[in-house]
Every structure is written in structure tokens, then in C-alpha cells.
Design a protein around this ligand. Structure first.
Ligand SMILES: *Cc1c(COP(=O)(O)O)cnc(C)c1O
Length: 448
């Protein structure tokens, strides 16, 4: 059969549809017609003739149905990977979000009085209890929290900030740009590595609206450095009658040394130091949904809530429900690692991960005949700007073969993709975040 005869044998769209009635039943007439048309057009334009047109059509429809947002295995070694959606939610949060999606809820309705209620009232009690702050509110993400706090406290006036804290946090979040958009003039003080209390004092003027302290998040200045402690900064702000806004970034509610990690200032400590407003993310160390949490002085929170931007930046009921359920878990910190996936991943001991690697290695090798599979040590990161120079000892699989980039691409193309990282001529799978071993092996078995 030469190419011309093959083309002459090509069925019409109609005939292809009639021959594949099961596909029409499964996917619907319109998508199958569309896929059949596209497939036939490609073949007429010179694409190779598939051995089985019906199978090619089925594969095309299946691929179109697969969402790019489909679940994947994050074996990159970064627990809170911004590009992979950061924190995985606790079961309690998933259930609360699902219920909020399915059923009506008293989102802005007071069940006690039967009158209109407030959207943020559901979280206020929990957040003040967990942080020691007077009041709290929530917005879309921490970038929004910083934006609305700056705009509310400082529009048309100055915010004093150390040159060592004028950070960029990946993507488009640059502190000087956010300040400009918030309508606040930046008053930089100190130098990149050293800022003293006297630098802040010298910058105070009638134009000063606030003092801003920013957690440097994704980098660390080491060596000859000096920053002004939060308590001293709070004292300077108080003397000047200007509020202190502390953007903690990741913001943890518990002391991370319980996971063997370096200490990070907790939100409670930032509040106790005298910050008037503290902002932090919901989906970084906290382990909840994307959200920006703002806690602090009651009068300032009221002003933030009265800002028209609040309506534009507010949280939807699904995330409010998930955030409330996540925060509730923090009332019992001793059981957090059993309930909160982020805490569980951070606390997972290296010997447990290594044992998993040892048990998986031969089974993975059986799926990959041309690849050498070895157990290897890894260093996991927390990610999302939390403890940037700190790593957690971990273990994983080192897959080496002729083309690690190709192997990585094949893993990404799986119905449930497996993401590792290519380093030193091999594909490395850090197993810290792998909990579903059976699902992982099943996914691997789908490799062509
Ligand atoms: C991550 C971060 C932000 C932005 O938070 P999102 O939740 O990503 O919007 C702002 N400030 C600091 C210091 C951060 O680390």
C-alpha cells in the first residue's frame, strides 16, 4: 500500500464517528467530531497514518481531557513548591472546603441574630487566640495583605524601610513596586548589610506614615551584618507615633525547632515584640490554602477592613472554610504532624524516607529496563522563601541512563506526572513527599 492509496482509504468524518460509537457515547458528539476532523486533516497534510485510526482518535480525546491541573507527584525535594501549588491541605480542610462548595453556608450571615454577618468573623477568634493579636482579617494572598496594609496606613506618605529588606520574592513581587502601587513613598535607610536604630530615627519626619519590617525570606545576608531587633523597632515606631508593619512572609504559628529546623520568629512573637500589624501567607509554612493573613491592632484592622480594596482582595467561601479548618488544627500542636501534610513532610525522618527508597528501588528498576536505579541521599528544601539556606536530610532514587532529560520528559507526560529534578546526569526523585507508593508505581507502569 503506497501513501496515495492510504489517503484514498481515509474514511470521512461521519464514517469514522459511526465506526467509533463508543467514543461518541463516552465523550459526546461535538468533541469527537472535532477530534476526528483534526486527526483526518493532519493525515491529509502529511502526518503519518496511524496503524489504528480508532485508537488514535481515542488517544487524542483522552489527551484533550487530561487537565494540566491534574494531580502529580512532587518529588522535586521542595516541600512548598510555588509552581506546584505550595501546601497540600489537611483532610479536615479538604472536607470543610468541599462542604462549602456543595452547600449554602452562613458566610455573611449571623445565625444567632438572623441578620447580616461579617465574612471575616469566622476566623477572627481563632487567629487572635493563636497569635495573641487584638484582631485579624484575611485577604487573597500575602502580597495582597502587604498591599492593602501599606495603602491603608501610608497612602500619600512615607514608609521607612531598611535597604537590606527591599526584597524581590520571585515573579513580580518586589517590595519597592508594591509600595509604589500602594501609593506609599519609600524612605530607604541603612545599607544592604547594616542598618542601625539611629538610621530609622534620623529618617523620621512629619511625612512618616509607618515603619516597615520585611522578612528577607528567600535569601540571607551573612557576615558583617546588623539589623534592628523588632522590639527596638517597635519602640522607635511608638515614640514617633507611627505604626510598625511586619511582613513575616511565610509566618509560622509554631516553633519549628520541634521539627529539628532552625528557629523562625513566630507570628505570636512578632505581635509580642510590638508590631502593630503582622502579615503572612496561608499556603506557606502554615500549610493552608492561598490566603494573606493580617493580624494586629483593632483600630488598624478596622481601617484595613474599611479600605475599598478589601472587597477586591477578599477571600471566597471555599478558602475561608479551608483556612478555618487548618487553623483549628493548630490548637493542638502535638498532633499537627499527624494531620497537616506540610508539618508531616517537614518532620518525616530520613531513615523512614531511606527505607522507602530501598523498598521502591527494585520495583522502579523493573519498570525501567534501560535505566540504572540507585538509592541516593538528598537534601530537601522547605521552599516558598521559608528557611532558604536550611535543608533537611532526605533520601531518594537516582535514575541514570543515556538521556536523563528525556526520561524526565517521559515522566512529565504520564497521566499522573512524576516530577523530579535533573542533576549530575541523572534524574533524582526525592521521596520525602511521597506518601502514595502504590499510586506512584501504578503511574510508572503507564510509561510507554
Ligand atoms: C512570600 C512572601 C510574600 C508574598 O506572599 P504570597 O502569599 O506569595 O502572596 C510577601 N512577603 C514576603 C516577605 C514573602 O516571603
Amino acid at each position: 500500500m503506497d501513501g496515495r492509496e492510504t489517503l484514498r482509504d481515509l474514511p470521512s468524518v461521519d464514517r469514522l464517528l459511526r465506526a467509533n460509537a463508543a467514543l461518541v457515547e463516552r465523550h459526546g458528539r461535538a468533541p469527537v467530531t472535532e477530534a476526528a476532523r483534526a486527526l483526518l486533516a493532519e493525515i491529509r497534510a502529511g502526518a503519518s497514518m496511524p496503524p489504528d485510526l480508532g485508537a488514535a482518535l481515542a488517544e487524542r480525546l483522552a489527551a484533550a481531557e487530561r487537565s494540566n491541573l491534574r494531580p502529580l507527584f512532587n518529588l522535586t525535594g521542595t516541600i512548598l513548591h510555588t509552581n506546584l501549588g505550595r501546601a497540600l491541605l489537611a483532610e479536615a480542610a479538604v472536607e470543610a472546603a468541599t462542604a462549602a462548595m456543595r452547600e449554602a453556608a452562613a458566610l455573611e450571615f449571623d445565625l444567632g441574630t438572623g441578620r447580616r454577618g461579617e465574612r471575616d468573623s469566622h476566623l477572627r477568634g481563632l487567629l487572635t487566640e493563636l497569635t495573641g493579636a487584638e484582631d485579624a482579617t484575611v485577604v487573597n494572598n500575602n502580597a495582597a495583605a502587604v498591599l492593602i496594609a501599606l495603602n491603608t496606613l501610608g497612602q500619600g506618605r512615607e514608609a521607612i524601610v531598611s535597604r537590606g529588606e527591599l526584597i524581590e520574592i520571585g515573579g513580580a513581587f518586589r517590595m519597592p513596586d508594591i509600595m509604589e502601587r500602594a501609593g506609599v513613598r519609600l524612605r530607604e535607610v541603612g545599607t544592604t548589610n547594616r542598618t542601625h536604630a539611629k538610621d530609622y530615627r534620623a529618617a523620621l519626619s512629619p511625612e512618616t506614615a509607618l515603619i516597615l519590617k520585611v522578612h528577607p525570606s528567600n535569601y540571607r545576608i551573612e557576615g558583617f551584618t546588623k539589623e534592628v531587633p523588632g522590639t527596638d523597632l517597635a519602640a522607635i515606631a511608638r515614640e514617633a507615633g507611627a505604626p510598625l508593619l511586619n511582613d513575616l512572609g511565610s509566618g509560622t504559628l509554631i516553633d519549628l525547632s520541634r521539627f529539628g529546623l532552625a528557629r523562625e520568629p513566630t507570628v505570636r512573637e512578632a505581635v509580642a515584640e510590638g508590631a502593630d500589624i503582622v502579615t503572612f501567607s496561608g499556603d506557606k509554612l502554615l500549610g493552608g490554602p492561598q490566603a494573606g493573613i493580617i493580624v494586629g491592632r483593632r483600630d488598624l484592622i478596622a481601617a484595613i477592613n474599611a479600605n475599598p480594596l478589601k472587597r477586591a482582595l477578599r477571600l471566597d467561601k471555599i478558602r475561608l472554610a479551608a483556612l478555618e479548618a487548618t487553623l483549628r488544627l493548630y490548637r493542638d500542636p502535638d498532633r499537627l504532624t499527624g494531620r497537616l501534610p506540610t508539618a508531616r513532610a517537614m518532620a518525616r525522618p530520613e531513615p523512614e524516607i531511606r527505607a522507602l527508597a530501598e523498598s521502591l528501588a527494585p520495583r522502579v528498576a523493573a519498570c525501567l529496563p534501560d535505566v540504572t536505579v540507585e538509592v541516593t541521599g538528598c537534601a530537601s528544601q522547605i521552599g516558598s522563601g521559608a528557611l532558604p539556606v536550611e535543608t533537611l536530610p532526605s533520601a531518594g532514587l537516582r535514575l541514570s541512563g543515556p538521556a536523563p532529560e528525556k526520561l524526565a520528559a517521559a515522566f512529565r507526560a504520564l497521566p499522573r506526572p512524576i516530577l523530579g529534578r535533573v542533576a549530575g546526569g541523572a534524574l533524582i526523585l526525592d521521596l520525602r513527599c511521597l506518601e502514595d507508593e502504590a499510586g506512584f508505581l501504578e503511574s510508572l507502569a503507564a510509561l510507554p
